[in-house]
Write a protein that binds this ligand. Structure first.
Ligand code: XMP
Length: 514
């Protein structure tokens, strides 16, 4: 590996997107907490260092800080909080309030060089902002490179040293030329060599899995979704028959899903697969529980109990458990690298793990996004019907029956969801949509059917487009398709007299309703 980018994470929800953009440019990178010592960083041998954004103000008592020695160690790019830290360290004022910007903004290029190579001076380009504080002036010894309507200083660089900073998030898709700006940092400023590929990821992970597992037995919790299938394939490549896959029917699966998963898995993977029927157990543990976080915890803990018992039966207790945890699961549950990010919700396979469980975890996809995982799956030879599936959450239909979960609600939801997906496939729209599903609402509404009054349940439909699950927009169905779906659900699913369509984007509304 010739080039290595070190990303120091101050807790931004977007830090992994920085890593993702660097990987997309075929350069190796790692994310580490901001308080790494200068000695440690020197030993890591960075070709360049990126300081991420974060929720703190640089003047907060416990605000994350870096060893200023990094500014002389390698080229540095400060993003948002990273920029504000550089500004304050270099003697400029950073203030709160007044000039906040959230979402779309226009940056005006002031210098068409360095980060802005390939732009024109005076050019306006759409960028994505998310900051409460702002930099008041260009620090002494630095040169202005960009500004916006609300803020005179949205980009600067050091006059002589390779230190660059931007207030906006070049790493998010809505910053139209973000990839050019990051590319300029990597190749123009850092002179990085683009020789890192998804194939290198596979080799690197296979090595890591082999050395982690040693000769121990490994169990993989398979859900049939893309992530756990790719994780299983990767671990299988690394350690072959040391791996046993366990597929649990939680009673929270979609219509005929167990049969489908078993069939595709046996057809395409030479892996040992054990199915466990635990419908009773999950549903009784969930009975009467309506709090979404508690539901997730119960499901996470029951999963681990079931895996531990299965491993014991297989004579493979106290080994490793493989999970297909992805980056968006991690960032919404805990701060992944020790940085100070906020908890949005507990994904069952991350924050919802049981304390004191016997397994040690192997999570080879923990730093990837869904579309990267799909590419890894394709490179590993998995068929499109496995890698192209819409995501399905670990807690399954339990987080799509809002409130307390029972068999009747699940049965209604399964039928509505199956019709929804069948019609989407029939209309040829499945691959245009990131994820589509029905939600069972715990409310009833009045209807009239065959001249009689009804008082029945409402089903909500959600369909979103997205590139990585981090941000999403509602999908604009052709009205005739939506109409057909709605009348089929109302006609064919007993107990439903109304269908509504969710037109919320993420943020603020996550993809799932709970
Ligand atoms: P949200 O709802 O956070 O979802 O916008 C982003 C993606 O993650 C999936 N998701 C989950 N996956 N355990 C999982 O394994 C969970 O608890 C969970 N919650 C959401 C969701 O389906 C979407 O693809």
């Amino acid at each position: 590996m010739t080039s290595r980018i070190l990303i120091l994470d101050c807790g931004s929800q977007f830090t992994q997107l920085i890593a993702r953009r660097v990987r997309d440019a075929h350069v190796y990178c790692e994310i580490h907490p901001p308080d790494r010592t200068l000695e440690w960083i020197r030993g890591w041998r960075p070709t360049g260092i990126i300081l991420s954004g974060g929720p703190s103000s640089v003047s907060d008592a416990n605000a994350p800080g870096f060893d200023p020695g990094i500014l002389d160690l390698a080229p540095v790019l400060g993003v948002c909080y990273g920029m504000q830290w550089i500004a304050r360290y270099a003697g400029a004022r950073v203030a709160g309030g007044g000039r906040r910007e959230y979402g779309r903004a226009e940056a005006v290029v002031r210098e068409a060089d360095g980060l802005w190579k390939g732009f024109d001076v005076g050019e306006r380009t759409q960028v994505w902002m998310s900051h409460g504080d702002h930099v008041e002036e260009v620090p002494p010894g630095y040169v202005l490179t960009a500004s916006s309507e609300a803020n005179p200083v949205v980009g600067f660089r050091h006059a002589d040293k390779p230190i660059h900073a931007i207030q906006f998030h070049a790493e998010v898709a809505h910053t139209v030329r973000g990839a050019d700006i990051i590319g300029n940092f990597l190749f123009d400023v850092c002179k990085a060599v683009p020789d890192w590929t998804p194939g290198s990821f596979i080799e690197q992970e296979v090595e890591k899995i082999r050395s982690t597992a040693g000769g121990a037995h490994v169990i993989c919790g398979l859900s049939g979704g893309v992530d756990s299938s790719v994780a299983a394939a990767l671990v299988h490549r690394a350690i072959g028959d040391q791996l046993t896959c366990i597929f649990v029917d939680t009673g929270l699966l979609r219509l005929n899903e167990r049969e489908q998963v078993e069939r595709t898995f046996r057809q395409h993977m030479g892996v040992r697969l054990v199915t466990i029927r635990a419908e009773e157990r999950f549903l009784s543990a969930l009975a009467g529980v309506d709090d979404p976080e508690q539901k997730r915890r119960i499901i996470g803990h029951t999963f681990i109990d079931v895996f531990e018992e299965a491993a014991e039966r297989e004579g493979k207790a106290a080994g490793f458990l493989v999970q297909g945890t992805l980056y968006p699961d991690v960032i919404e549950s805990v701060s992944p690298k020790g940085g100070p990010s906020a908890t949005i919700k507990t994904h069952h396979n991350v924050g919802g793990l049981k304390p004191g469980m016997k397994f040690k975890l192997i999570e080879p996809l923990r730093e990837l996004f869904k579309d990267e995982v799909r590419n890894v799956g394709r490179l590993l030879g998995l068929p499109e019907e496995m890698v192209g599936r819409h995501p399905f959450p670990g807690p399954g239909l339990a987080i799509r029956v809002l409130g307390a979960v029972d068999e009747a609600a699940l049965a209604t939801l399964r039928r509505a969801d199956a019709i929804y997906l069948e019609e989407i496939r029939a209309a040829g729209l499945y691959d245009d949509i990131w994820q589509a599903f029905a939600v069972f609402l715990p409310v009833k509404s009045v209807g009239v059917m065959g001249d009689g009054r009804t008082y029945e349940h409402v089903i909500a439909l959600r369909a979103v487009t997205s590139s990585d699950g981090m941000t999403a927009d509602w999908y604009a169905f052709p009205p005739d398709v939506l109409g057909r779906i709605s009348s089929r659900i109302i006609n064919e699913v007993p107990g439903v007299n109304r269908v509504v369509y969710d037109v919320s984007s993420k943020p603020p509304a996550p993809i799932e309703w709970e």
